[in-house]
Design a protein around this ligand. Structure first.
Ligand SMILES: [Zn+2]
Length: 314
């Protein structure tokens, strides 16, 4: 209090604004104990005061030697640091586009399990069970309709099993305008093939509750059984059978089917080390008397794409 009174008296001839400024300047000088005449850095705590400067009034005198540019600099730093400390606006959170998830009805295909369906639509198994009043011990039936809550667009689930059995990939068409793995399975059961669908994979074309380009595995693939799709040259025992839904004698393969076929074949041939020359159209297998997968199937383009993928890989 006495110190304040002394300062007041020494500044009593100043106008109030100048008085406040000098008081503030003195306080700053005390705080930093910087001697601008010397130009040295702020003195570390514990360092004795300069020998030639008396205490008390001396501190004030030293502070008075602080030039005006020092305070302008301090004010600048203060403004800058307050700007730097200003909270940043919250980052924009990228929200998934609307409509990417929706409730859909799924028809259970041959050999499908709750696990596979949950993977396909990226929905927890518990949510599927709850939405359909099922329990974990419930057995799904082929053709059963399931409500899939908040499903994403189905992604292909292609299981790969270690095996040296598969050395060829044979491409077929279903020679039907529509269908899916379930209808093919039922048709082959009807033929008396007790293992059902003779192919290992079916690629849909947007009909029969399946999306255009959707890849379905059949029970023969899940169980790693021989196919029933190409007897010629013993391909049933060594060739993976892939069937595209459609009659490519009359219609064209869809863009999505073609892309899915490339994706599937590239995945399989890389995993099983199948050379491109062993990826064959059914009709090109030695001994096969058929035009499968149809006159309109773009085989040359398909081979070109496979070779392109091979070159890109290397
Ligand atoms: Zn065929």
């Amino acid at each position: 209090m006495r110190e304040l009174k002394r300062k007041f008296l020494s500044h009593r001839n100043l106008n109030p604004l100048k008085f406040r400024f000098r008081l503030w300047r003195d306080q700053i000088g005390e705080k930093f104990r910087c001697d601008p005449a010397v130009g040295g850095p702020p003195r570390p705590v514990g360092t004795p005061p300069d020998s030639g400067v008396p205490s008390g009034k001396g501190d004030s005198a030293r502070a008075k030697r602080v030039p005006i540019w020092f305070f302008i600099l301090l004010a600048g730093i203060s403004i800058f640091s307050s700007c730097a400390r200003a909270p940043l606006p919250p980052p924009e959170i990228s929200k998934p586009p609307m409509g990417t998830r929706s409730d859909i009805t799924h028809t259970v295909g041959p050999g499908e399990t709750c696990w596979r369906i949950s993977q396909m639509y990226n929905v927890p198994i518990a949510a599927i069970l709850r939405a359909n009043d099922l329990t974990s011990s419930s057995v799904l039936k082929m053709g059963q309709k399931l409500l899939i809550p908040q499903a994403t667009r189905p992604k292909p689930i292609v299981n790969l099993y270690p095996s040296s059995k598969w050395r060829y990939i044979i491409v077929h068409h279903s020679a039907t305008g529509s269908g899916n793995a379930l209808s093919v399975h039922n048709a082959h059961i009807h033929k008396g093939w007790d293992r059902g669908a003779g192919y290992h994979f079916v690629i849909d074309r947007g009909a029969s509750n399946k999306r255009d380009g959707q890849i379905e595995m059949t029970p023969r693939w899940i169980k790693q059984q021989d196919g029933a799709h190409c007897k010629a040259s013993g391909m049933n025992e060594k060739g993976i059978g892939v069937c595209l839904i459609g009659n490519f004698d009359k219609q064209h393969v869809t863009h999505r089917q073609f892309e899915s076929l490339l994706e599937l074949v590239n995945k399989l041939r890389r995993y099983y080390h199948i050379p491109i020359k062993n990826i064959i159209a059914h009709g090109h297998v030695e001994g096969a008397a058929t035009q499968c997968p149809g006159k309109k199937f773009p085989w040359a383009k398909f081979q070109e794409e496979l070779l392109g993928a091979e070159i890109t890989k290397h």
